[in-house]
Design a protein around this ligand. Structure first.
Ligand code: CA
Length: 227
């Protein structure tokens, strides 16, 4: 199960411990030490799940959670609240703000990781799946093969990765920068135009197979897969 987790936590000892344990399990992790950095991180690199501390300096965890739910780009993002408060009233308040789950400090990393996996399975069944599907597009990850309406479609390695990224997040709009990070990796120096070139190739292959174009260009924002 490969998923990107954003940890929003101002206690560095705890965030470091969580990051270590999550990375050991194969997750990729980014840490934001306060609410403002969390908002930046959410915009720059949408995670698959957020671990959100309740008590944060400047902008509280509850306010971050509300913002996540209000923003159409993140409204269905899985959120687990971390809190030192165990009282029932707070628990209910946390869930009312839109958190999906709730873990009271102190907790063991193993317990938290179990909750993370459970929530990811619920929220994104595609994670850990052998096959990704959207409409009549089926990607067999083990065989590295794509079929559309039962017919094999040949894709180059970059177009395959691009399509995989879209199939893992159908309907979500990604900017060129986000696509670059997700498909090429953030350390590689590739021009934005390269994204357009490969999107163009992917489009051509999909259009040849389906007779339509499932990749939507969102002006000023990026691309998404609409099936
Ligand atoms: Ca805190």
């Amino acid at each position: 199960m490969v998923a990107h987790i954003l940890i929003v936590e101002d206690e560095s000892a705890l965030s470091t411990l969580l990051a270590y344990n999550l990375e050991k399990e194969g997750f990729t992790v980014r840490i934001a030490e306060d609410g403002e950095r969390a908002i930046e991180a959410l915009a720059e690199e949408p995670p698959d799940l957020v671990l959100l501390d309740w008590m944060l300096p400047h902008v509280s965890g509850i306010e971050i959670c509300r913002r996540i739910r209000r923003d159409p780009a993140t409204h269905d993002l899985p959120v687990i609240m971390l809190t030192a408060r165990g009282e029932e009233a707070d628990r209910i308040r946390g869930l009312e703000t839109g958190a999906d789950d709730y873990v009271t400090k102190p907790f063991s990393p193993a317990e938290l990781i179990a909750r993370v996996r459970a929530l990811l399975r619920r929220a994104r069944p595609a994670i850990g799946a052998e096959e990704l599907t959207a409409g009549d597009i089926v990607m067999d990850l083990a065989a590295h093969r794509v079929r559309i309406a039962g017919a094999d479609v040949e894709l180059g390695p970059t177009e395959f990765k691009l399509l995989r990224h879209f199939l893992e997040h159908p309907g979500r709009v990604y900017s060129r920068d986000q696509i670059l990070d997700a498909v090429w990796g953030r350390d590689i120096n590739v021009e934005d135009r390269t994204v357009d070139v490969h999107i163009g190739r992917l489009r051509k292959s999909l259009r040849a197979a389906t007779g339509r174009d499932p990749i939507r260009t969102v002006r000023g924002a990026g691309y998404s897969l609409e099936v």
